[in-house]
Design a binder for this molecule. Structure first.
Ligand code: CMC
Length: 428
């Protein structure tokens, strides 16, 4: 018999269907609640609200589990590459050889930007934040590929997905070059995804930068770990924008804007700034912990805590290990790593953090790795955006393909003035 939940409101009792996910999670379906009772649910910041059914990513925050299309993140981190993971997320299965070859070829073909883009970049001030440029330029793709605004067949969708994943990397590198006042470096069709990005970032017209394998692998790992995280702030943004039938490019540009904030993707920059401020003697690790516990300080321990993970963030675990390895291999001795480990040690035995189940998240160690491999701090959140692009596209597609999907439109409980008469200017 189908399970139901019983709700009694003002003496009226109704049965609400229970939806069960493939991992046994349950959700109470309240889609008829208002119709049946006149009431809505109130859940600011959506901590208890499922906005959709999704078959892309599974997280069990209490057990520290993250799986893309059922495959544990630990296996993908060890065995897979970013482009394979992108295909897995978007199309639902690991690519066969010919599928991966076709997709890779499409990525290569789509790496260059239309020459007119250069003029757009020149319009930005040299010190413009790369995240602002990234979002604006992804949106600008909508102007250059208008035939991809309607994606109603599989072929057009695959081409558009490849375009976006490939071009976001070129746009990201050009944003950095612009912010440094350096000439743009064209993509090299002989290089793979990550190596090509590093080439566009760091080559000079007179000298090509070929990334060492350790650097390429470290960046690949970061991209794999960031590729999707189900209904987080930026992905939900992409879905909300996409629910109005806005095109994929513009929906993903909105995702970049949401990711920029320091409580979300921007935390990787905030972590590094926090560690640097401790290093420069601004405050000790212990003072930093005390400040984070003081609700009046407005300060949080950046890179700590998560809405969903209440045990550990499996991505942080992988990155912590990788951080030590990468720094060792590159012979980098970064005092910020020691500070990070000290902060982690102090926080993990402090009752405030223990009681609230606050653990290091993905952003805690990723910045130290990116710094070690030469990625400038103002590009950290941009790297997160490149990594998250396949996830955004997968969610946009899942929603786009769902014939039952409706426009996202939350309700509210109004708390403003009741009916009030207009007062003419001379009587106010
Ligand atoms: N430092 C100090 N206190 C914290 C922190 C922190 N980093 N995170 C949460 N708390 C407190 C919070 O104030 C609340 O305290 P109380 O119960 O006394 O009111 C309690 O812990 C529970 O917080 P929560 O409800 O679990 O937090 P949330 O779901 O509203 O926010 C978060 C999650 C990630 C935004 C938050 O933990 C935070 O601001 N962390 C620092 C920023 C950060 O690292 N963000 C990256 C998140 S992971 C990658 C990504 O999403 O992009």
């Amino acid at each position: 018999m189908a399970r139901t939940a019983t709700l009694t409101i003002d003496g009226k009792t109704i049965e609400l269907p229970i939806v069960v996910g493939s991992e046994g999670e349950i959700g109470i379906d309240i889609s008829k609640l208002r119709e049946q009772t006149g009431a809505i649910t109130l859940d600011p910041s959506f901590g208890n609200t499922g906005a959709c059914k999704s078959a892309i990513t599974f997280i069990d925050g209490d057990k520290g589990i993250l799986r893309y299309r059922g495959i544990p993140i630990e296996q993908l981190a060890e065995k897979s590459r970013f482009i394979e993971v992108a295909w897995l997320l978007i199309f639902g299965h690991l690519p066969k050889k010919d599928e991966l070859a076709r997709f890779s070829q499409r990525l290569t073909q789509n790496a260059p930007l239309h020459e007119a883009f250069k003029h757009h970049f020149e319009g930005f001030p040299v010190n413009a934040p790369p995240m602002a440029m990234l979002s604006a330029m992804i949106n600008t793709l909508s102007c250059f590929h208008t035939h991809f605004l309607q994606l109603d067949d599989a072929e057009a969708f695959e081409e558009a997905a490849a375009r976006l994943i490939s071009k976001v990397r070129t746009i990201a590198a050009y944003s950095y070059r612009r912010s440094m006042g350096k000439p743009f470096i064209y993509p090299d069709p002989n290089l793979k995804y990550v190596a090509n990005f590093l080439h566009m970032m760091f080559s000079e017209p007179y000298q090509q930068y070929i990334a060492p394998k350790e650097v390429e692998d470290a960046l690949n790992l970061i991209l794999v770990l960031h590729a999707d995280h189900e209904q987080n702030c930026s992905t939900s943004t992409v879905r909300v924008v996409g629910s109005s039938k806005a095109n994929m490019f513009t929906s993903c540009a909105a995702g970049v804007c949401a990711l920029w904030g320091p409580l979300h993707g921007g935390a990787n920059v905030a972590v590094l700034e926090m560690l640097e401020s401790i290093y420069r003697g601004g405050l000790t690790p212990q003072q930093c912990i005390e400040l984070a516990k003081d609700k009046n300080s407005g300060f949080k321990l950046m890179g700590f805590g998560h809405r969903v993970y209440k045990n550990f963030d499996p991505r942080a675990k992988i990155l912590k290990e990788s951080c030590h390895k990468v720094l060792n291999k590159l012979g980098v001795n970064d005092p910020l790593l020691d500070i990070a480990m000290k902060l982690e040690e102090l926080a993990l035995k402090d009752q405030y953090f223990v009681d609230r189940k606050l653990y290091p998240n993905v952003d805690f160690y990723s910045g130290i790795i990116m710094k070690a491999i030469g990625i400038p701090v103002n590009m950290f959140t941009v790297m997160f955006s490149i990594g998250r692009m396949p996830g955004w596209i997968a969610h946009w597609k899942e929603q786009h393909d769902d014939a039952t999907a409706r426009i996202s439109r939350p309700r509210q409980i109004y708390t403003g003035p009741t009916i009030t008469d207009y007062v003419p200017m001379d009587q106010r």
